[in-house]
Design a protein around this ligand. Structure first.
Ligand SMILES: Cc1cc2nc3c(=O)[nH]c(=O)nc-3n(C[C@H](O)[C@H](O)[C@H](O)COP(=O)(O)OP(=O)(O)OC[C@H]3O[C@@H](n4cnc5c(N)ncnc54)[C@H](O)[C@@H]3O)c2cc1C
Length: 326
């Protein structure tokens, strides 16, 4: 039997001295109760084991607020940087595909995925980037589309329902640091930029091959090309130029929906925050069960791996509880 308390914000992990080892032992969590209601109360729950799962951006600050000092906490943050290409498919009755009634915001999302190999002989799946198809809502669409003028963005928004996006996601070698839940530092490495550029070239070509009339990227210059009205040479030149632009200069929006690795799992406290069971090296009975324990960037969408890690960590917690009982 258990109780779930919604609307709580963990403030810190409580620890106590451990007679049997030099490591402190987790004894529960202090949290604010009633967040959102205006009347907050600080409460303490004592527990035999404590599991933290605040996500890769919030777990490190919670551990630091709780007095943990492992220097790896907050380091090794991976983001799966993403950049996108778009294609406009006018609704024309004489075209067999995509049919006139099709809308960019209808149907299944993320239904197509393709690996990009950074080296010709690379194993599929081990590459530096993947291509996927998102569904953008109007707010996100309007933020990402380059601003050229009021009239231009109005025209773009009128084409929203027939504009498809294809994104490139890099399995980043570069990494950053979480300083607080809303302050991180991150530097993209050259190899990640190159992988994104290679992917962007493919994404533009995929959209053109699928029949897009106009194609472009999110670079702030806002260049686009009408594929049907230019020569093959002009099309190739456009794709080459747009996909070889620098990405590290922040003139192209870089997105991230996958934050990982900021309390990574490893085989020793020197390089990691938790052991293979998900327990912190520093505090006995304190487990982490979220994407912060990934040792590296995953290279694919992480949700199922987060669930698998949570399941495995739960087994470790059960073992620990059984040991305590005996
Ligand atoms: C727009 C978007 C689309 C995505 N699409 C996909 C997809 O299609 N497929 C896929 O595999 N992945 C997808 N992801 C990624 C996936 O959602 C995350 O990788 C995953 O949810 C991470 O799980 P987590 O448990 O590490 O953290 P989270 O799911 O972020 O859970 C952390 C929780 O802790 C809470 N929390 C934080 N601090 C505190 C505190 N101090 N006290 C109490 N609670 C706290 C947060 O409110 C949050 O509920 C997407 C992510 C985004 C943002």
């Amino acid at each position: 039997n258990g109780v779930i308390l919604p609307g709580c914000e963990a403030i810190n992990i409580r620890k106590e001295k451990n007679d049997r080892s030099e490591r402190n032992r987790a004894k529960g969590v202090a949290f604010e109760f009633g967040c959102g209601s205006g009347v907050k109360q600080v409460c303490l729950v004592e527990s035999k084991v404590t599991i933290v799962a605040c996500g890769a951006l919030s777990t490190p600050p919670l551990l630091l607020r709780s007095g943990l000092r492992n220097p790896n906490i907050g380091k090794n943050l991976h983001l799966h940087p993403v950049t996108m290409a778009w294609g406009h498919f006018p609704a024309e009755t004489d075209k067999p595909w995509p049919e006139e009634h099709k809308k960019s915001y209808e149907g299944g999302i993320m239904t197509a995925m393709c690996n990009i190999r950074s080296e010709p002989d690379q194993e599929p799946g081990s590459g530096g980037a993947v291509i996927q198809t998102p569904a953008l809502h109007p707010g996100l669409f309007s933020i990402l589309m380059p601003w050229l003028s009021g009239t231009n963005i109005k025209q773009r928004m009128r084409k929203f329902s027939r504009t498809a996006h294809v994104f490139v996601l890099a399995r980043d070698k570069g990494s950053g640091t979480v300083k607080s839940p809303n302050c991180i530092s991150y530097n993209m490495e050259e190899v990640d930029e190159e992988n994104l550029q290679k992917g962007l070239e493919k994404a533009l070509k995929i959209l053109a091959a699928a029949g897009a009339e106009e194609i472009g990227t999110h670079h702030n210059k806002g260049r686009s090309i009408n594929v049907k009205k230019v020569s093959y040479h002009e099309y190739e030149k456009f794709v080459k130029e747009e996909s070889s632009r620098a990405l590290k200069d922040l003139k192209t929006p870089i997105c991230s929906a996958h934050q990982m690795g900021s309390c990574r799992m490893g085989i020793g406290a020197r390089d990691s925050v938790v052991d293979q069971r998900g327990e912190t090296w520093e505090v006995e009975g304190l487990f982490i069960a979220d994407s912060s324990v990934f040792p590296t960037a995953l290279g694919v969408n992480p949700m199922v791996t987060v669930q698998a890690i949570a399941y495995c960590t739960a087994q470790s917690v059960l073992e620990t509880l059984k040991r305590k009982r005996n």
